[in-house]
Design a protein around this ligand. Structure first.
Ligand code: WQD
Length: 338
């Protein structure tokens, strides 16, 4: 059974390709390599022994998308990761984000709507909740006004899918709202490859520990939390990848209860920034050089998932601990820099 993974050379995409192949699926990757490299294909192939089909082109070219679906009319499902995802950059370049994250989604959905039956998994984000009023966050929590164009593209993307599914009974879709994906494949053959200075906490920690960065700045310790630093739900990328395969199978096996569903994908456990640092120092057996500085614009105090729905309806639960995630991230960083 052939599955299209857009953005399949990216951090979450590549780990999901591995789990799809492990599950017996044939995978086709589309990636424009704007935030990834074809080298990742080698890593995927080393892990699974199977090289996915790979086509490098930009999904913003509508004709490319139409031509692709003509040539691959046996695609049974699509997992759509391809998008720009840097919160700060989205504030500076909103039109780049609206074009890249929205237009490409529309072009893919146009193709899927024309098929007799299609299954679609959308890469969404807990960002849609903003600072939720209640914790842990359930799927019924209200979607708040987006704090960035990036977050807005996830909200708009979910609305586009919902509205399309309403009038397209042959299209079944699931939006997976990720919390904070971290870590790397245990083989250290694939992992996170941030381009330039990492925006996210864990890659900045590992790059500081390996000596690539001088010091980690902890953005604020005066939040109303146990130690004053922000709380997030850090989920191992392999657990997250497995959630995509489970969600896809739910649609393929027609176990979905409606043709549009939403699931939070997290561990259900919140960790502060200082707890992440302590966990890293434990697993790496070395002290991390960090300094507390002022708050980062746009950061929310706390976000962690209520995973009851994914646990009960998807039959999926994250298995890896924060230590496991950080240990795999550290092993990957050491491998990449060796
Ligand atoms: C986590 C915590 C920072 C860096 C973002 C997007 C989200 C998703 C994941 C794409 C925060 C603190 C961070 C640093 C720090 N991206 N921090 N020093 O902001 O929760 O989520 O990335 O889908 O949509 O919003 O993740 O890793 O940037 O920050 O103190 O150098 O670490 O303040 O509290 P975030 P993050």
């Amino acid at each position: 059974m052939k599955i299209l993974v857009t953005g399949g050379l990216g951090f979450i995409g590549s780990h999901t390709v591995v789990e799809l192949q492990n599950g017996g699926f044939e995978v086709v990757i589309i990636d424009n390599c704007s935030n990834s490299t074809p080298e990742v294909l080698k890593g995927i192939t080393k892990v699974t022994g199977k090289e996915p089909i790979f086509e490098q082109f930009d999904l913003r070219e509508k004709e490319n998308v139409q031509d692709f679906f003509k040539r691959h009319d046996d695609i049974e499902g699509v997992i759509h990761f391809a998008a720009s995802k840097a919160v700060g950059e989205s504030v500076e370049k909103p039109l780049l984000y609206y074009e890249n994250n929205i237009a490409t989604l529309v072009y893919i959905l146009q193709q899927l709507s024309a098929k007799s039956s299609s299954n679609f998994i959308f890469s969404s984000s807990c960002t849609v909740y903003g600072q939720a009023d209640e914790l842990p966050i359930t799927e019924n929590a209200p979607v708040k006004p987006a704090e960035s164009p990036y977050g807005n593209t996830k909200q708009i993307g979910e609305e586009i899918i919902r509205d399309t599914c309403k009038v397209t009974p042959n299209l079944s879709a699931i939006s997976l709202r990720y919390f904070n994906p971290v870590g790397a494949h245990p083989t250290a053959e694939i992992g996170e490859l941030p381009i330039g200075v990492p925006q996210n906490l864990v890659p900045f920690i590992t790059q500081t520990a390996i000596g690539l960065r001088e010091q980690l700045s902890v953005f604020g310790d005066n939040y109303p939390t146990s130690d004053g630093t922000c709380i997030r739900d850090y989920i191992h990328v392999v657990d997250l990848a497995k959630a995509h395969v489970v969600a896809l199978k739910r649609l393929l096996e027609k176990k979905n209860t409606s043709n549009y569903e939403v699931f939070n994908v997290g561990t259900g456990k919140g960790s502060t920034v200082l707890e992440v640092i302590q966990s890293f120092e434990k697993v790496s057996e070395q002290k991390l050089n960090y300094k507390v500085v002022g708050r980062r614009e746009g950061d929310i105090t706390a976000a962690y998932a209520d995973t009851t729905k994914a646990n009960n309806e998807l039959g999926w639960k994250a298995k890896s601990s924060l230590d496991d995630s950080l240990s795999s991230a550290w092993k990957w960083e050491q491998k990449v820099r060796s």
